[in-house]
Design a protein around this ligand. Structure first.
Ligand code: CDP
Ligand code: MG
Length: 145
């Protein structure tokens, strides 16, 4: 079982797409093991997007990501990291495959609805930017009687 960090970005959140997006992950068998609503500040954005500091789009990216509420969640499942990246689709929605979340809900490369970790190392790092261990469910995931 693998865990990955997903963010529903301010564009998708403000357009009330969160439910539809979460449903897509659940339909693929991914399990929600942590979730919260928050608004990122500049400091949090600079930690999460540290590898992008200095890029031409960095100011726009952090301005956008701090502009309103987001939903942060940890999804768990087999090959969760690759699976979620595939479900999200390419960074630029114009290049995203039919049926992907970005194809359906994103409007541009810089307004692209969702974030997901791209490797086990980034998943480990990114999950702990948003959640501490006690906030991540680690029990059985069964249907109650
Ligand atoms: O999010 P993803 O991993 O698909 O893409 P990335 O290359 O790691 O870039 C991170 C984020 O920076 C993107 O999701 C966009 O929000 C933003 N970005 C942008 O606004 N313009 C670009 N040319 C590249 C990235
Ligand atoms: Mg990335």
């Amino acid at each position: 079982m693998e865990k990955t960090l997903v963010l529903i970005k301010p564009d998708a959140f403000s357009k009330h797409y969160s439910g539809d997006i979460i449903k897509r992950y659940e339909q693929e068998g991914l399990r929600i093991v942590a979730m919260k609503l928050l608004q990122m500040d500049e400091r949090l954005a600079s930690i999460h997007y540290a590898e992008h500091i200095g890029r031409p789009y960095y100011g726009d990216l952090t301005g956008f990501m701090t502009s309103g509420p987001i939903i942060a969640m940890v999804l768990e499942g087999e090959n969760a990291i690759k699976k979620v990246r595939a479900l999200n689709g390419k960074t630029n929605p114009a290049e995203a495959e039919e049926g992907t979340i970005r194809k359906q809900f994103a409007t541009a490369s810089n307004r692209n609805a969702v974030h997901a970790s791209d490797s086990p190392e980034s998943a480990q790092r990114e999950i702990h930017i948003f959640f501490n261990e006690t906030e991540i469910y680690d029990g059985e995931y069964k249907i109650p009687d």
